[in-house]
Design a protein around this ligand. Structure first.
Ligand SMILES: [Zn+2]
Ligand SMILES: [Zn+2]
Ligand SMILES: [Zn+2]
Length: 166
């Protein structure tokens, strides 16, 4: 897929999200099998909860949902599951929101850039290697060593713009 042509897809507000969730879980199962790690029930459930929608989910939102289903779900359980999913690239952390969002392309190693809608919270992932390369080059030219280069861009998604044109 060429970075020139790949437009970020913003999920429609009323799309069939079950299909997104099924696809994400199927990919996660394949990746875990490939790397010989276990997608335990709790890891799988936390991934499903991150994938409740295209809006980043906070750890405490996930914990609240989990507590309704199972007694004794504790923060470390959720954090461990999130770390596992982050480690496999199945989810990303959105620092500005202190929340997590499902990765749309976990098979391909990438450093993502995110477009975040301030109205509905929908987040779309850009995986544009040109942006990443530009940051790498400019940082290197400045003698700067980069630890984290996740770009988070806020604005209004096409569906919210259509609903409330300004
Ligand atoms: Zn969806
Ligand atoms: Zn990703
Ligand atoms: Zn929106």
């Amino acid at each position: 897929m060429s970075a020139e042509t790949a437009a970020p897809a913003f999920a429609e507000h009323d799309h069939d999200h079950d299909a997104c969730q099924d696809e994400a879980l199927g990919r996660a199962e394949a990746i875990c099998a490939e790397r010989s790690v276990r997608l335990t029930d709790i890891r799988k459930r936390v991934l499903e909860l991150v994938w409740r929608g295209h809006k980043p989910q906070g750890a405490y939102d996930i914990l609240d949902a989990l507590r309704k289903e199972r007694d004794g779900a504790a923060p470390p359980t959720v954090y461990r599951a999130l770390e596992f999913l982050l480690g496999l690239g199945l989810i990303h952390r959105i620092e500005s929101l202190n929340a997590f969002v499902g990765c749309t392309d976990p098979e391909t190693p990438h450093r993502a850039q995110f477009l975040i809608c301030n109205s509905c919270g929908t987040t779309a992932e850009l995986n544009d290697p040109r942006i990443d390369a530009a940051i790498g080059e400019r940082a290197a030219a400045a003698g700067f060593s980069v630890n984290r280069r996740t770009i988070e861009v806020e604005g209004t998604c096409p569906h919210c713009r259509q609903a409330d044109p300004q």
